[in-house]
Design a protein around this ligand. Structure first.
Ligand code: ATP
Ligand code: MG
Length: 367
């Protein structure tokens, strides 16, 4: 189907409803609340949770549609962006047209429906990336830098909201799991060991490095594996995976023609009173000062862009070593989602680069 304007693709009644819901205020939910509530997944609680989502999801989704319709530089009209917008409108319609949830059967059906909504949005990130790339091409820009500040701010808000929506849906769906893994409440692991998560994320990143380059530097992890705190392991896994991939690539490329054994990538997990800090450092040469302001902008990359080679990437699930320029900005959003942060310190002369993820252990943070 060719990409169409909103008024051509959907009925006026639906568009009016999107506008109305897009003005409503969304409600935050804290990690602590999710954990406490989810620890008792009784049919009554599941019903309450579904009723909350029935009201909350359309607000969050509609707000994104309104934003997607009003992007600067004509980004709203790029075919890939129209496709994303249609996914959001379809999901808004699915949730809004679902009747009032009164019984456990209604709740189960609703859960199946929102599960399908989550799947519909699986490829939002690469598809939006394609849209921004289409814009970049149209504007004759080589790299989307600080000149497209508004676009970056929008993307930060947009992806942050996506993380929130997916967390809410995923958490509700997961509460139906009859055999949850020990100490898990939905997506939340109440005793997550950051060292263990770092270990598994490193192995995954190393496997990709091996596949791409035929070899991979070693990774050393320092920290106490028995230290735990409540967090969402998939989020931490994603952040460490992205940081380690960057480090492996930097070291690999720096030592590609060298006889020396490449220095290991080091990961240090420090458990403070308020923050858990994870430091990933490498000796891959750092980032030149000129590149530093751009590393957190979407699509900034010094790698060959896979989007050039696979323009249909929105429909594939391939994972590559680098190339989208999304790893750092998206990881920072995940860190910020529960009140943490991600910083990059580069010491170019000293060939060391550090990515520091600090994750707050204040469970009251709202999302
Ligand atoms: N550890 C590092 N050492 C040297 N340069 C780095 C390091 N980490 C990031 N960079 C630079 O920052 C850029 C942006 O990183 P980012 O992870 O956002 O995107 P990417 O790695 O290019 O692509 P992808 O979205 O696939 O991760 C990289 O292309 C690279 O130039
Ligand atoms: Mg990367």
């Amino acid at each position: 189907m060719a990409a169409k304007k909103l008024c051509e693709a959907f009925s006026k009644t639906l568009i009016d409803e999107v506008q109305k819901w897009g003005c409503m205020k969304q409600t935050g939910v804290s990690l602590r609340y999710m954990m406490e509530f989810g620890s008792r997944p009784t049919p009554k609680n599941l019903l309450i949770s579904a009723q909350f989502l029935h009201k909350e999801l359309p607000i969050r989704i509609a707000r994104r549609v309104v934003e997607l319709e009003n992007l600067p530089y004509g980004l709203s009209l790029k075919p890939a962006v129209l496709k994303v917008r249609d996914w959001y409108v379809d999901s808004f319609r699915d949730v809004r047209s679902f009747p009032e949830i009164k019984s456990s059967d209604d709740e189960k059906e609703f859960t199946q429906m929102i599960k399908a909504v989550k799947v519909r949005h699986n490829n939002v990130v690469p598809t939006m990336a394609l849209g921004v790339k289409q814009l970049k091409k149209g504007l004759g820009l080589n790299n989307v830098g600080s000149d497209l500040h508004e676009i970056h701010q929008f993307l930060d808000r947009f992806y942050m909201s996506r993380i929130g929506i997916r967390m809410l849906i995923g958490q509700h769906v997961e509460l139906h799991n009859p055999n949850p893994p020990p100490d898990c409440v939905g997506y939340i692991h109440t005793k997550m060991s950051p060292v263990n998560v770092a270990q598994s994320a490193s192995e995954d990143a190393r496997a990709i490095c091996l596949r791409e380059y035929g070899s991979a530097p070693n990774i050393k992890i320092y920290g106490d594996p028995s230290f735990t705190f409540p967090y969402v392991p998939t989020h931490l896994h994603l952040m460490v995976f992205e940081l380690v991939k960057n480090s492996l690539r930097a070291v690999q490329e720096r030592f590609v023609d060298s006889d020396k054994v490449p220095p290991p990538v080091r990961i240090i997990v420090a458990d403070g009173i308020e923050d858990v800090t994870i430091k990933v450092s490498d000796e891959g040469g750092g980032i030149p000062r000129s590149g530093l302001p751009s590393i957190f902008t979407y699509l900034y990359t010094t790698a060959k862009e896979p989007l050039d080679e696979h323009p249909d990437l929105g429909t594939t699930e391939s994972v590559t070593m680098a190339g989208y320029g999304y790893g750092l900005p998206i990881s920072r959003l995940y860190a910020r989602y529960f009140g943490g942060d991600l910083q990059v310190i580069s010491m170019e002369g000293y060939v060391v680069k550090r990515d520091i993820v600090s994750i707050t252990i204040n469970e009251e943070v709202m999302s």
